[in-house]
Design a protein around this ligand. Structure first.
Ligand code: PGA
Length: 252
């Protein structure tokens, strides 16, 4: 038996206006009854957060942001701080999504700073790690290099506030999902790495998600794997009904 609470998170990326966000929430919330032990999270763009935060107050649906700056405030044109996200009602923030790393230059130093700033502000970070197709043969080296750099200086009790998301870059938005076996194998490797660098109890307690072309049709088989504690869903989280079906799959 696992004590880890499953998390289904919908990362909307650069999709939906505030109005479209409101329409999604109106459709989705009635599907949230009986979510039971499953935690459900939407991660809209910044411009939707304030409106979403107001609509979600007092509901079981949680709110997260896709990125943040590591400074509290200052002359950082275009940037958003952890405190601003909290002010909108966010409890979670993605850190180190592969699109941030590959398209916006977030290296491991920046990812580690963001992770620490999120934790200091009381946000729950979801740390994304994963390999490209050409790195797939060295998946263990790539992931352990990211974990070593990104988690530098984080102790075991702090790690308990972090969720890790394993997202093979070759599976993101491509329709190519990792097979449940491959996803399980890599996520189990991550858990073993945590046991070796922290301890068994920390490794047993930490939540690790799979992300990359998760859809209603493949969610149940991925989520049935013993080390997969939930899903980070991109494209399939944009439509209320398909996201709800993925949440349903976590309940099985
Ligand atoms: P996808 O995106 O489900 O559209 O592949 C996943 C992600 O990038 O988090």
């Amino acid at each position: 038996m696992t004590m880890r609470r499953p998390l289904i998170a919908g990362n909307w990326k650069m999709h939906k206006t505030a109005q479209e966000t409101e329409e999604f929430i109106e459709r989705f919330l009635p599907r949230m009854e009986n979510e039971g032990e499953i935690e459900v999270l939407i991660i809209p763009p910044y411009t939707s957060l304030d409106r979403a935060g107001r609509l979600l107050e007092g509901t079981p649906l949680q709110l997260g942001a896709q990125d943040m700056h590591y400074e509290k405030e200052g002359a950082f044109t275009g940037a958003i701080s952890a405190q601003m996200l909290k002010g909108c009602g966010c409890s979670y923030v993605l850190v180190g999504h592969s699109e941030r790393r590959e398209l916006f230059g977030d290296d491991d130093v920046i990812v580690s700073r963001k992770l620490n700033a999120a934790l200091r502000a009381g946000l729950l970070p979801i740390l994304c790690v994963g390999e490209t197709l050409s790195e797939h043969d060295q998946v263990e080296e790539k992931i352990t290099r990211q974990l070593t750099a990104d988690l530098a200086g984080i102790d075991g009790s702090t790690l308990a506030n972090i969720t890790i998301a394993y997202e093979p870059i070759w599976a993101i938005g491509t329709g190519k999902t990792a097979t449940p076996e491959v996803a399980q194998e890599t996520i189990s490797m991550i858990r073993h790495w945590i046991a070796a660098h922290y301890d068994e109890a920390t490794a047993r307690g930490i939540r690790i998600l799979y992300g990359g072309s998760v859809k209603p049709a493949n969610a149940a088989s991925l989520l049935a794997q013993p080390d997969i504690d939930g899903a980070l869903v991109g494209g399939a989280s944009l439509v209320a009904e398909s996201f709800a079906q993925i949440v349903d799959a976590a309940r099985l």
